[in-house]
Design a protein around this ligand. Structure first.
Ligand SMILES: Cc1cc2nc3c(=O)[nH]c(=O)nc-3n(C[C@H](O)[C@H](O)[C@H](O)COP(=O)(O)OP(=O)(O)OC[C@H]3O[C@@H](n4cnc5c(N)ncnc54)[C@H](O)[C@@H]3O)c2cc1C
Length: 473
């Protein structure tokens, strides 16, 4: 009997750990651990947790069809897992433990502790790589160091894709006998956590995820480059919640693109480039453990920035009451659905850090606590990029003007009117404008954009000067 430990890899196909555990056809038991206190300390959102549980339930049914049973463990935190997993392994007489690696520091340490306990008990541990398209650590610069810049990373990443098959792994072998006993009941919510997520927007399960991938690739994908920046249109895949819980893998996504292409040019597809960003952020947290402790990739820049952390500004941003329509619409979308369009994530993050002077960590944690697609590596990467303290980040002088952004990417104001219905009465061309919004009953803007921009530039320029001084010594 083999034990496979499911985490954020809730899928049957293209799951290396599940496939490996099932290969001997001598019985497989799957296990998932509920660790609510740990998750809370990691800012897990109730929406993502509920979505994860719903996908675990769907997977339980799929596993049963393959004669693979599922057990649940309940522990406050990761520290209890080595003993709990070992007790289960002994009780069920498994000879091997399989899992797909995760790359953030606490998860790496958790897996090391479990591996030690199993090694000591003489049970073989089989760590696999199933989360990223190219496992973190595999790609390095010519000097053998981790990539710090996206473009050369993506070049090496594409070379790797060209050299390896993008074919997803098959489903696991059906086991000889059904799992004994009745299936465990997987809760829909956990005590003390707010219930629910929008299951009309993100129906759970591998079949739903695969259908959405196929619909996207057969439809919107062909226009992705032109449409992806317009939050009022459904121009992106909205697959992120599925990728975040591993209901769908990066490889399954890329295989879908490759299957519709005639040659290797698919690797230059702009949507494929976004999956490369996802891999890049995983590569970074694996190579630079300090990132998992909320350290910036560029501490020398952050060292000179005085975060003002004004509570009034913070409150207004979290509630979607800054008076800047695109920012407020984005925050309303996040609060109502657990998701926000990428362009608006960039605008709201730039607004909070650069124009309001609030520490990017506050924003990153707030996003994690509300996103249904919360993903530590991508969220950290996005926030550090926006605050110009990340690897290959936006230059410090890139400060999004929320009005210009809205005019350009929401030209008819359809996005802001959807999330701020009071603006529906305002003429479409004026919906980006804070003054027009005030006339329609919205709160006045909390900052003067020009002054806030000048202050931010002065802060970051001081940081840049400090960096030059340090490098020249
Ligand atoms: C401040 C900030 C915070 C973010 N937090 C998260 C997060 O917690 N979880 C998350 O999955 N993404 C995050 N992103 C990245 C991006 O906004 C989302 O992945 C994207 O909006 C999801 O929508 P989609 O599935 O329609 O994406 P698509 O445009 O269809 O892209 C396909 C997939 O590629 C990946 N992807 C796309 N853009 C990025 C990116 N910039 N960085 C990393 N991966 C990307 C996602 O897995 C996405 O599902 C963040 C970006 C910013 C600027």
């Amino acid at each position: 009997m083999q034990l496979v430990w499911l985490r954020n890899d809730l899928r049957l196909g293209d799951n290396p750990a599940l496939l490996g555990a099932a290969a001997p056809r001598r019985g497989v038991l799957a296990v998932a651990a509920l660790t609510p206190e740990q998750w809370r300390s990691h800012d897990e959102s109730p929406a993502r947790l509920a979505f994860w549980l719903a996908n675990l339930r769907a997977l339980q049914t799929d596993l049963a069809a393959h004669n693979i049973g599922l057990q649940l463990l309940s522990a406050a935190g990761y520290a209890e897992l080595p003993q709990q997993l070992l007790a289960l392994a002994r009780e069920t007489r498994v000879s091997g433990l399989w899992f797909n690696r995760e790359y953030a520091l606490n998860e790496v340490r958790r897996d090391q502790a479990v591996t030690q306990a199993f090694d000591a008990a003489g049970i073989t541990v089989h760590p696999c790589d199933g989360d990223a398209m190219v496992p973190p650590g595999r790609l390095t610069t010519q000097a053998g160091t981790p990539f710090r810049i996206f473009t050369p990373f993506a070049r090496a990443w594409r070379r790797e894709l060209a050299a390896t098959a993008v074919q997803p792994l098959p489903r696991p072998a059906r086991q000889p006998a059904p799992a004994p006993g009745p299936p465990v009941i997987i809760p829909t919510e956990l005590p003390g956590w707010q219930p629910g997520y929008r299951d009309d927007l993100w129906p759970a399960g591998g079949t739903s995820a695969m259908r959405r991938l196929q619909d996207f690739l057969d439809g919107t994908h062909s226009d992705y480059a032109a449409q992806r920046d317009f939050p009022g249109d459904a121009g992106t895949s909205r697959l992120s919640p599925y990728l975040s819980c591993g209901v769908l893998s990066a490889r399954q996504c890329l295989a879908g693109v490759a299957a519709r292409a005639t040659g290797p040019e698919w690797m230059d597809d702009p949507w494929v480039n976004e999956i490369a960003w996802r891999d890049f952020f995983r590569h970074l947290i694996a190579a630079f453990p300090g990132l998992s402790r909320w350290r910036p990739f560029r501490p020398e820049i952050e060292a000179r920035i005085q975060w003002r952390n004004d509570q009034r500004f913070w409150q207004a941003w979290t509630l979607g009451e800054t008076g800047f329509p695109i920012v407020d619409a984005g925050m309303r979308e996040l609060l109502a659905t657990g998701w926000m369009h990428n362009r608006v994530r960039m605008v709201t993050a730039s607004f909070l850090t650069k124009l309001l002077g609030v520490d990017w960590r506050w924003g990153a944690r707030f996003f994690m606590r509300h996103l249904i697609d919360g993903d530590f590596a991508s969220n950290l990467g996005g926030w550090q990029w926006s605050a110009s303290v990340g690897a290959d980040a936006a230059p410090y002088f890139r400060i999004f003007n929320p009005v210009a952004q809205a005019r350009r990417f929401d030209p008819h104001g359809s996005y802001v009117a959807r999330w701020l219905p009071e603006l529906a009465r305002v003429a479409p061309r004026d919906r980006a404008d804070p003054e027009a919004a005030v006339a329609a009953g919205r709160p006045p803007p909390i900052i003067d954009y020009r002054k806030a921009r000048a202050r931010s530039l002065a802060d970051y320029q001081a940081a840049g000067a400090a960096r030059q001084h340090l490098t020249s010594r």
